[in-house]
Write a protein that binds this ligand. Structure first.
Ligand code: NDP
Length: 302
């Protein structure tokens, strides 16, 4: 199979590309910076991989069997009005470009599947509600970003299978929110954040990569699919488990300001959560490797 990937140089994309390459698929890395991507995917380790900047994306997308769209400016920064604009614009712009290139591909070389990222921020935040794929959107800033991001992907031709993966907080060692939270936990005693009652809908990096991989090749994966583990936890439990795994007592609360210092307003994804369940993935029989946060954290931190 030939797969083109935007955002391939990021936290999730890197692992996905490694997996696709290891399984002998042809991978085309669609990036804004060829030199950066060449450092991440050196030819000696990734022979045969094609790395293309935006002017060459058309040639890559034409002839691909699948396109995976992961690009977007990181949200864990300080949200000035300009940054908020770019968080949204970066996602809409790249998704729109990918969709146009797919729709304009001549038949015969048109990809037959688009797997496009979105986020559980779609649902807004709540301490009490449970959200599945049929739940309505929220009405805060991140919900608005996700709605428009998904709306752009939905413009892809109807003969192209579209899987929209609403991703939760991805847990992995070398990136994402966890990598930024760990030093804070080391600095403080590692207790709950805020009230601790907020929901934390997480997924292990291996599982999100496997879910995207499955969505590329399995025709049953279409429409919206929540990319979250089956057992979301309250933040107090997440912090307790993190404390246990790291051998830190978890009785002293970590102040919100400390997390905001490293995640900026992006800390909202951790501090104001939502309880999201992967109803569709379960219905599809997706085999979660890490259904419980304790095992996920152990695998990452041990
Ligand atoms: P990263 O931030 O690690 O990487 C995203 C990639 O997007 C970058 O490698 C970069 O690729 C590209 N990018 C960065 N800034 C811009 C910009 N201003 N304009 C266009 N492209 C840009 O993301 P993740 O791997 O963590 O996540 C992948 C997708 O999944 C993202 O869209 C993210 O919002 C979504 N998601 C991730 C979650 C998580 O916990 N990690 C949770 C929920 C959703 P290049 O420089 O090669 O062009």
């Amino acid at each position: 199979m030939t797969v083109s990937v935007t955002g391939a140089t990021g936290f999730i994309g890197k692992r996905l590309v490694q997996r696709l390459h290891a399984d002998n698929h042809n991978v085309r890395v669609l990036t804004r910076s060829k030199s950066k991507a060449e450092l991440i995917f050196p030819v000696r380790d990734f022979p045969g991989i094609i790395i293309a900047e935006e002017s060459r994306w058309k040639d890559c997308i034409e002839g691909s069997n699948a396109v995976v769209n992961l690009a977007g400016m990181p949200i864990s920064t300080r949200w000035s009005p300009e940054i908020k604009k770019e968080i949204k614009h970066s996602r809409i712009r790249v998704t729109s470009k990918v969709v146009d290139l797919i729709n304009n591909s001549p038949e015969g070389v048109r990809p037959n599947v688009l797997v496009s990222a979105t986020a559980v921020g779609y649902y807004g935040t709540s301490e009490t509600r449970v959200f599945d794929e049929s739940s309505p959107p929220g009405n805060d800033y991140l919900a608005e970003v996700c709605r428009e991001w998904e709306g752009t992907a939905l413009k892809v031709n109807k003969d192209v299978r579209l899987a929209l993966i609403r991703i939760g907080v991805v847990l992995g060692k070398d990136g994402g929110a966890l990598a930024k939270m760990i030093p804070i936990f080391m600095m403080f005693a590692g207790g709950p954040l805020g009230s601790g009652k907020q929901w934390f809908s997480w997924i292990h990096l291996d599982d999100i990569v496997n879910l995207i991989y499955e969505a590329i090749s399995n025709p049953s994966y279409k429409g919206v699919i929540n990319g979250t583990a089956p057992n979301p936890v309250r933040l107090s439990e997440m912090c307790e488990q993190l404390g246990n795994v790291m051998g830190r007592p978890s009785w002293l609360p970590v102040p919100d300001f400390a997390l905001k210092a490293v995640l900026g307003e992006g800390a909202t994804v951790v501090l104001d959560g939502q309880r999201v369940v992967p109803a569709k993935a379960k219905e599809l029989g997706f085999p979660f490797k890490y259904p419980y946060v304790k095992d996920a954290l152990r695998s990452i931190l041990s």
